[in-house]
Design a protein around this ligand. Sequence first.
Ligand SMILES: [Zn+2]
Length: 232
Amino acid sequence: MLIFLTNFFSDFLSLFYPRKCLLCGNQLVGDNKFLCTNCLYDMPKTQFHEKSGNKTAQVFWGRVDLNFAASYLYFYKASKYRKLIHLLKYKNKPEVGVFLGELYGGELINVEKLKDADFIVPVPLHPKKQRIRGYNQSEEFSKGLSNVLNVPVANLLKRKVFTETQTKKSREERWNNVKDVFDVTDCDKVEGKHIILTDDVVTTGATLEACMLALKRCKDVKISVLTLGIAQ
Ligand SMILES: [Zn+2]
């Protein structure tokens, strides 16, 4: 009865405050949050967590030794799903990151290679950028993962100097720019641990690699990588 009343009340409320799908604008019904059933169903999931030599893992082959790597979604160039990243990064929608993290966490819950993870560590934003944005999108994604996987989020990395926007640079330029900008805040906490490093989108992997190298400066660290998307 209570559930009926609650549903009735939320349906009633939505007459006046319609909740809309962030991607297609259709009205949300029932328990749907942010995305409608169609948009959820059509999400370009990679299923990388089921394939060990997947494309995200390949990005780091010959560069860093990883325990596990996967990305949740393909971000194709003209795909409407890229809007999710846009909302998360530029439209003040941190809750989209938590939401997607929780969805992904649900898919990862039985992955053996993640079961002994100690911390989820987001790639840090430069403090100045974080002050302007008000949050770190990778941290919001991490919170969602954490809610489901029961692994705590810990900000154990920090950025040393400001790097200019990464998008228009070549791989080499990007690498020279980022390779030395990360530091571990407390090696005692990292030593001997399994860290899940998270980022929003993996492209060349330069930023993630730089973070991994910083983590590897501490003794005996096992590293896995999870990203919300992989650029296509
Ligand atoms: Zn939709």
